[in-house]
Design a protein around this ligand. Sequence first.
Ligand SMILES: Cc1ncc(COP(=O)(O)O)c(C=O)c1O
Length: 395
Amino acid sequence: MKTADYKETLDQYYVHVYNRFPIVLERGDGMRVYDTDGKEYLDFAAGIAVFALGYNDPEYNAALTDQIGKIIHTSNLYYNVPAAEASEKLVRSCGMSKAFFTNSGTEAIEGAIKAARKYAWKKGKKEGGIIAMKNSFHGRSVGALSVTGNDHYQEAFRPLMGGVKFARFNDFDSILECVGDDTCAIILETVQGEGGIYPADPAFLRDVRALCDEKDILLILDEIQCGMGRTGDLWAFDGYGIKPDIMTCAKALGCGVPVGAFVLNEKTASSSLEPGDHGTTYGGNPLACAAVSAVFDIFEKRDIVGHVRELTPYFERKLGELTDRHSCVKERRGKGFMQGLELEGRKVGEVVAAAREKGLLVISAGTNVLRLVPPLAAQKEDFDKMAEILDVCLG
Ligand SMILES: Cc1ncc(COP(=O)(O)O)c(C=O)c1O
């Protein structure tokens, strides 16, 4: 088959919910991916913030191959070795109490909502009220979509899950306006990703944490995009000096193998989900958990988080230079290797397409933000090349 045939086949047989970019990706290596015509791309999209280690990492591949040769699925009716190892590493990494592995970020959100509601229900709060943020993104299933503050995504699928109120991100007063006796949880992204790369203000997060403590409301932090080292801390909340009651993660957790998790602190774990309350056939399978376990080992061995922290000023300097040179860049925002350039007077889609033509993959976020979420293994020369290409595309 030729490239055009693959596109035609996928368009014919696959539900059309994505307007895909017109290239067929075939393989990847390090920071680069290659399409079926053999064209090379420097990848600053990383499969939407997934490939923290880059592509085709030998150590990661070896761990997966080893597990494939043993067993890849057991169901949760039995214990399995990688699930034991991965859950311990995940829980210890964030100083919480218990983890539950899912197949995606969206499912992690579903589990987090259920855990929060069960916690409140056991205390006699039966309404299960949740405060979510406008401009947020938590996934497309009915529960996750119900807490996603974007009318456009929700419109055709109402009625959604009840009991959800929306406050403004980084506006504590708007949260106070939503709080009631029925409120069992507040859910937010520590750094809003899809909404346009907006980090939480430290004072805002501290105030939300204090409010949750005062009223025994559970704080759910969605670290699906911003967690696992992306901001220069292993968990973005580490950089804020606060902890959630429930944390959700996915994307870089498996570095390409589909896996997510919700993680509960001691208070929530000891008084929420019980046998029979939740489940999944595939979640926590040995293959996905072997990936998680290998990712944690490699992160530690190569000090991936330290690398992100060390190179962030260089990345930011390069983006700062682009911001200064091009009037169409209104603002640079972000943390670590999760950066956005808000554009005005230029359509982000045009810049994304021009960059792709020149061999650089970038994606958009929000209404007009160029999103840069490279593999966490990116080096100075990758930032130089990215800046060189964007300099031409933004001009
Ligand atoms: C913050 C956040 N939450 C949830 C999700 C949904 O995760 P998934 O696509 O793995 O279901 C995403 C995906 O982009 C996300 O960025």
